[in-house]
Design a protein around this ligand. Structure first.
Ligand code: PEP
Ligand code: MN
Length: 255
């Protein structure tokens, strides 16, 4: 696994999984050694929390931990970059940079990111129209970043039962009208563990190229977003289902 060779092919359904935030070595080891272990690992190190009092991530310490674990157990690391000044430090460890919903409109960050020839996951902002989202993607694209993965993570709606409204219409639209890969994040879309698997399966049927799912060895003890995390057994069950579903859409699961 090499930072510069991570490339998604059209027939692949890729599954990115990992905790909302990297919390400890023990947490990461449990994920990395589980029988259904993902190799495309997400994990926040600088968290954009709505409250400044909430856990903000391990920061540089988290990055060091990832570096250490990668030497022992190879994996690709996907993490959110919240500040252009951190790109260089994160570059050697990060296979795909994630731009979070709160930063989709941060055009200076997007312009900086376009200089590194590293895939970028661009999450949809809470209330962004598809046009605004594509406008943000254009900042990357026009400056040379061709490996753009758009991530639908649910939008704000009038409803209050779920965390967000999973817009599968956007997935269908983007696949028909743009050259970009489309990823769905069922975890932030639904907001509750019990709905994540069904939403993931629906996303595959809508044509998503991949999924990004939050998992945690002990969701009840998670420092962020535990209420929407799959535990490791639930993750295994999701993988079994995806392996059955993917061939129906002429895809093969890559994780
Ligand atoms: C995340 O994926 O860690 C995250 C914070 O999601 P979003 O930016 O979609 O809120
Ligand atoms: Mn989260």
């Amino acid at each position: 696994m090499n930072n510069h060779t991570l490339n998604f092919r059209p027939h692949e359904l890729f599954l990115i999984a990992g905790p909302c935030a990297i919390e400890s070595e023990n947490q990461m080891r449990q994920i990395l050694t589980h029988e259904t272990r993902p190799t495309l690992i997400r994990g926040g190190i600088h968290k954009m929390r709505t409250s400044s009092k909430s856990f903000q991530g391990l920061g540089d310490e988290g990055l060091e931990l990832v570096k250490k674990l990668k030497k022992e157990i190879p994996f690709d690391f996907i993490t959110e970059v919240t500040d252009a000044r951190r790109i260089e430090t994160m570059l050697p460890t990060t296979s795909i940079f994630q731009v979070g919903a709160r930063n989709m409109y941060n055009y200076e960050l997007l312009k900086e990111l376009s200089r590194y020839n590293r895939p970028v996951i661009l999450k949809r902002a809470f209330s962004a129209t598809i046009s605004e989202w594509l406008g943000a993607a254009e900042y990357l694209f026009n400056l040379g970043e061709k490996n753009i993965i758009l991530c639908e993570r649910g939008v704000r709606s009038f409803d209050t039962k779920l965390r967000n409204l999973l817009d599968l219409g956007s997935v269908i639209y983007l696949k028909k009208n743009t050259p970009f890969k489309v990823l769905v994040d069922p975890s932030h879309s639904m907001g509750f563990t019990q709905y994540v698997t069904d939403a993931a399966l629906a996303a595959v049927a809508a044509g998503a190229d991949g999924l990004m799912v939050e998992i945690h060895p002990e969701p009840a003890c998670a420092l962020s977003d535990g209420q929407q995390a799959l535990n490791l057994n639930q993750f295994s069950e999701l993988v079994v289902k995806l392996k059955k579903l993917a061939p129906i859409f002429e895809k093969e699961l890559r994780m």
